[in-house]
Structures are given as structure tokens and as C-alpha cells.
Design a protein around this ligand. Structure first.
Ligand code: NAP
Length: 335
């Protein structure tokens, strides 16, 4: 594939020449590649969880603020022109991951992405200044892909990788829950420098009950068990972590949109946020709400070392108001 060293490229870096689909990059020899020269986006199958059961609502905070992320985040970008954070998003082309990346860009927070297929970033995020968004090619299953150069300057990490719970085309090449949710998370955590200020992991409700009905059905191929193993690895690491266990995901996954569309995405009527602890929450959550929870947790100090479950229900929500998110996380602690 031809290279185009253009003035405003997204920077695509590979650290694993033997695995590079583009076959052009040497380890530790970053090259700038215009995303205009990368191939088109494939259409990942939708991942569908079916947690079942009735909703157990521990607490809902319903606010009057309208949660249209496009307009709300414009304010953020005006009031927060330059963040000192550099956030690595792993799984940034997924349903939740795209929303996280779009939201970081809108907030003027610099981001790095670790992707198996950098071409997907082109149609999703367009051409961005390389300082704002830099793309690394890598597969979390391969420790060799997780070169220390990826983490240089990175202050925070959000990991929202995943695959389908049941066999599908997305398992091709052994991209199974065991390999992604356990080995991939383990590899990532093992590769991160101790200077990381926070890693947020998106996990799932039900992980502590994977051998009980109805969770054992979801866990037929081990997804909940392996997610729990990934969680435990992070908990036992010395890294400051927050784990966000999502209910069944709704809205999106917005896999065929561009940045503008992503920024206009709304959580529909399901904007009120319910945060629980102790793996008691059962229900659904908007991907937008999960994305926002991950970004908020980076800055709310008392969420460090904690595990939360999250749902969203009909009603007005906290939008991106940090004080409201603090209240929500704090209320979960107290219940
Ligand atoms: N669906 C639900 O109802 C539900 C419920 C609870 C929790 N969750 C969890 O919530 C998280 C986010 O869900 P989602 O729907 O946003 O996920 P998703 O759309 O399936 O996205 C998963 C992301 O992980 C990436 N990925 C997969 N295997 C990888 C690998 N080996 N190396 C690097 N990246 C890899 C994918 O990139 P590629 O394009 O390269 O595959 C994609 O960007 C996941 O952990 C999911 O399991 C889901």
C-alpha cells in the first residue's frame, strides 16, 4: 500500500512488523501514514448481550439538564481548551470506544488509540491533528504489539475491548472472550508503566455470578468468567484502576457513522444514570452513558480502586456535569 506523508495526517504507528497488515513498518520506526491511503472500514457484527431479568434499581438521579452531547460538549471545549491528560483508548473503534474518542476530541483532550485495524479510524474520526489523535496498530492478544513507545506520555487509559459472548465471525483468528477479555487485558495491564494515573476498564454486570442462572447461560463460552479474570488482574496490579461494569448495552454501536454523527448521538430517553456496587444491578445502559462514565471516572479521585455497575433508565441524566457524576458515584458508595 502506498504511503503518503501528508502535512496533517493521523499518525499510524506499528510496533509489530511481522503482524502488520500494511507490511511497511519496522519496530520502533514510526512512520506517518495518511489515513486517506488506508482501506475502507469493515462492518463488525453487533455484539449482543442478553442479560435478562428485571431491573434492580439501587438509585437513580434524574436531572433536568438536556443530554444532547453535541451541544453540551461544545461548552466543554470552550472552557477547557487544553487538557494536560493524554488518554489511551483501547478498543476505540467499538460501540462504546467510538463515543469515548469522539467525546475526548470534542473536549480537547489528547488521545491515543490502539487498534487492530487503523483504517477504521479514518471513517470514524476523519483527519485529526496528530497531536490530538495518534493511532497505534496493535492487538492486545500479542504482548509484542504492546511496545513501551505506545505508552510514552500517556496519563490515563480506558480499555473497552471485547468480542461476542457466543461464537461469531468476530471470533475469527481466535479472537475469543478468553483471548480478548482475559489475555488481552492481562497483556495490556502488564505493559502499562507505573506512571499511569488511572486505568478504566469496561466490564460487565454478572461477572461475579457467572456460574449461577441466568448468568451461566451468558457465560456458556466463558465471557463473564474471563471478564472477571481480567478485572482481578487489574485489581491485583499496582495500577490505580476503576472498573465500570455495564448492563446490557443499548444505543449504537454507531459503527457506521462519522465523528459529527457520533457527537450528535443521544441516549434517547434513557439518560438517567443508575450506579450500583456489589454486582446487584441488572438491566440496560446506553453506550453513551457508559462512555461518559469512563471519562468522568478519570477525574473523580474517589473512584480509584473501585468497581461500579451502571445502568441507565428513562429520564433526564447528568450529561457531562462532573458534579452530578460525583453525586452518582458517591451515592453508590453509600448504599
Ligand atoms: N453488548 C453488551 O450488551 C455488553 C454488556 C456488558 C458489557 N459489555 C462489554 O462492554 C465493552 C464495550 O462493548 P462494545 O459493544 O462497545 O464493544 P464492541 O463494539 O464489540 O467493540 C470492541 C472493541 O474491541 C476491539 N478489539 C476486539 N478484539 C481486540 C483485540 N484482540 N485487540 C485489540 N482490540 C480488540 C474491537 O476492535 P476490532 O474492530 O479490531 O475487533 C472494538 O474496537 C466490551 O468489553 C463488552 O464486552 C457489553
Amino acid at each position: 500500500m502506498a504511503l503518503n506523508l501528508c502535512p496533517h495526517p493521523l499518525q499510524v504507528l506499528s510496533v509489530s512488523s511481522e503482524r502488520s497488515q500494511m507490511g511497511i513498518l519496522r519496530k520502533n520506526s514510526p512512520l506517518l501514514i495518511s489515513l486517506q491511503n488506508l482501506g475502507g472500514q469493515s462492518s463488525p457484527l453487533l455484539q449482543s448481550y442478553s442479560h435478562g431479568g428485571s431491573a434492580f434499581v439501587s438509585r437513580a438521579v434524574k436531572e433536568k439538564q438536556t443530554q444532547t452531547y453535541g451541544s453540551a460538549e461544545t461548552e466543554i471545549s470552550e472552557t477547557n481548551p487544553s487538557s494536560s491528560k493524554l488518554v489511551l483508548v483501547v478498543g476505540g473503534t467499538g460501540g462504546v470506544g467510538q463515543l469515548i474518542v469522539a467525546s475526548l476530541l470534542k473536549r480537547n483532550i489528547k488521545a491515543r488509540l490502539l487498534l487492530r485495524d487503523p483504517a477504521k479510524a479514518k471513517s470514524l474520526f476523519g483527519l485529526q491533528d496528530e497531536n490530538s489523535l495518534k493511532i497505534w496498530k496493535g492487538d492486545t492478544r500479542n504482548p509484542d504489539d504492546l511496545d513501551s513507545a505506545i505508552f510514552e506520555g500517556v496519563t490515563h487509559v480506558i480499555c473497552c475491548t471485547g468480542t461476542t459472548a457466543f461464537p461469531s465471525r468476530r471470533w475469527n483468528g481466535e479472537n475469543t472472550p478468553e483471548r480478548v477479555d482475559w489475555e488481552g487485558v492481562r497483556n495490556l495491564v502488564s505493559a502499562l508503566p507505573e506512571t499511569i494515573k488511572r486505568i478504566v476498564l469496561v466490564s460487565s454486570v454478572g461477572v461475579t455470578k457467572f456460574d449461577e442462572l441466568p448468568w451461566s447461560i451468558m457465560n456458556l463460552f466463558g465471557v463473564l468468567k474471563y471478564k472477571k479474570m481480567g478485572e482481578d488482574f487489574i485489581r491485583n496490579s499496582s495500577l490505580p484502576f476503576t472498573i465500570i461494569r455495564a448492563g446490557r448495552l443499548t444505543d449504537g454501536p454507531y459503527t457506521s457513522y462519522d465523528l459529527n454523527t457520533l457527537l450528535q448521538a443521544t441516549a434517547g430517553k434513557r439518560r438517567a444514570v443508575v450506579i450500583g456496587k456489589g454486582d446487584k444491578l441488572v438491566g440496560e445502559v446506553s453506550r453513551l452513558v457508559v462512555a461518559e462514565a469512563c471519562i468522568q471516572a478519570l477525574d473523580i479521585e474517589f473512584t480509584e480502586g473501585k468497581i461500579y455497575e451502571i445502568n441507565s433508565i428513562e429520564g433526564e441524566g447528568p450529561g457531562n456535569d462532573q458534579e452530578k457524576w460525583r453525586e452518582l458515584f458517591k451515592a453508590a458508595e453509600e448504599n
